[in-house]
Design a protein around this ligand. Structure first.
Ligand SMILES: Cc1cc2nc3c(=O)[nH]c(=O)nc-3n(C[C@H](O)[C@H](O)[C@H](O)COP(=O)(O)OP(=O)(O)OC[C@H]3O[C@@H](n4cnc5c(N)ncnc54)[C@H](O)[C@@H]3O)c2cc1C
Ligand code: SF4
Length: 334
């Protein structure tokens, strides 16, 4: 007889946002939201997390698709990553996001995984995913930040006891595009900017975003300001597919001739949140993309970084990514 079964949970499959909000509000911390399940099922199948109830959002048509909104676009949180990557509006205006979505995991995971799930997924620190009692899991130590800890993937910016990084590729692209997140709960709607949405361990060490029990991320809005800008996306990982970033760069530049009028440089897998390289941006804005300016901006990319035992390689890698991003930013994203 098979005894090692995944613990049972109640499965709810609402077909309207109102139904989902009612369930999420009533179940609170006992209700686990699921989009495509590509992060959630791992937790539950590995028995590192348990839940009494799963709220499957995939039947809510109103939360899917890309539409025009206020000069920009709005993307439903339940839109799959494949749909984001291939959508004509996204490709034509925000090629940066299409490129980032297209570099997530593998085609199979992108077919099932949703934009909302990608943004709300939990960190991939292997100690934490393995179920240890570290700070992020409610304990009183960090297993990665020790002399022997395996911390090659971990943070160089913004650590505070926990040194885990954001695993989401699309989060960094959306931060570079000044996107905002639309959140619904039983008490109504609120819209928060990307920097407000993602939280570091200094704000809350137990979670990676501002969502409270009962909240549902319903859409992402991208303003028209960065439409058709010069973009660059590059993700460095150990494997070309089916792998998380060791570091990534999302760049958006507004050019007038060769002069940079505005810039966003956001790196992924460097901090617990999408990390904006403001010193490099400042070095760039108002100047032409000359070798000298690019070298200055790249040289400042790692200002304020602190490395761990095994992730010093991220410093020169980040500087090289910034150099390539500024030089390479063009009409398409890569
Ligand atoms: C082998 C493997 C490789 C991967 N590689 C990458 C990678 O390279 N890059 C990358 O970015 N990701 C990667 N992922 C992570 C992840 O599976 C995918 O990014 C996917 O997009 C998650 O989306 P989902 O809809 O399946 O998430 P789900 O598992 O459904 O949800 C993820 C989390 O978000 C919450 N959530 C989902 N939807 C909402 C919502 N609308 N409102 C509020 N909360 C919500 C869930 O409660 C859960 O906590 C990988 C996963 C695996 C298994
Ligand atoms: S880095 Fe964060 S998630 Fe990983 S072991 Fe340390 S406290 Fe836990």
């Amino acid at each position: 007889m098979l005894r090692d079964m995944m613990p049972r949970f109640d499965l709810y499959q609402p077909d309207s946002l109102e139904g989902a909000l009612d369930l999420a509000g009533r179940l609170g911390e006992n209700g686990w939201l699921v989009g495509g399940g590509q992060d959630s099922w791992d937790w539950l199948k590995n028995r590192t997390r348990h839940t009494g109830a799963v709220i499957d959002l995939s039947g809510i048509a109103a939360l899917k698709g890309v539409r025009e909104a206020n000069g920009g676009i709005e993307i439903g949180a339940l839109t799959t990553l494949t749909e984001v990557e291939n959508d004509p509006l996204v490709r034509e205006r925000y090629a940066l996001l299409a490129a980032a979505a297209g570099r997530v995991a593998s085609p199979q995971i992108r077919n099932a995984g949703t934009l909302g799930g990608n943004l709300c997924q939990d960190t991939r620190c292997w100690y934490y995913r393995g179920g240890v009692d570290c700070y992020r899991a409610g304990g009183n130590t960090c297993y990665a930040d020790t002399p022997e800890g395996q911390n090659r993937e971990h943070a160089i910016f913004g650590a505070s006891r926990c040194v885990a990084v954001t695993p989401s590729d699309t989060a960094n692209a959306l931060a570079a595009l000044d996107a905002s997140m639309v959140i619904h709960s039983r008490s109504g709607e609120r819209v928060v900017s990307a920097p407000e949405f993602f939280v570091g361990p200094d704000v809350n060490i137990r979670r990676m975003n501002v969502l409270e029990p009962g909240d549902i991320l319903t859409a992402v809005r991208i303003p028209g300001t960065w439409a058709r800008a010069h973009f660059y996306f590059e993700k460095v990982a150990d494997r070309a597919a089916w792998d998380f970033a060791l570091l990534s760069i999302s760049a958006a530049l507004r050019l007038e001739g060769e002069t940079v009028r505005d810039a966003r440089l956001v790196c992924g897998a460097a901090a617990c949140v999408p990390y904006r390289l403001t010193a490099s941006e400042r070095a760039l804005v108002g100047s032409a993309r000359s070798d000298e300016v690019i070298a200055k901006a790249a040289g400042q990319a790692a200002d304020g970084a602190t490395t761990l035992q095994f992730n010093q390689f991220k410093i020169p890698l980040l500087q090289n990514l910034v150099r390539r991003a500024i030089k390479g930013a063009g009409g398409s994203a890569t």
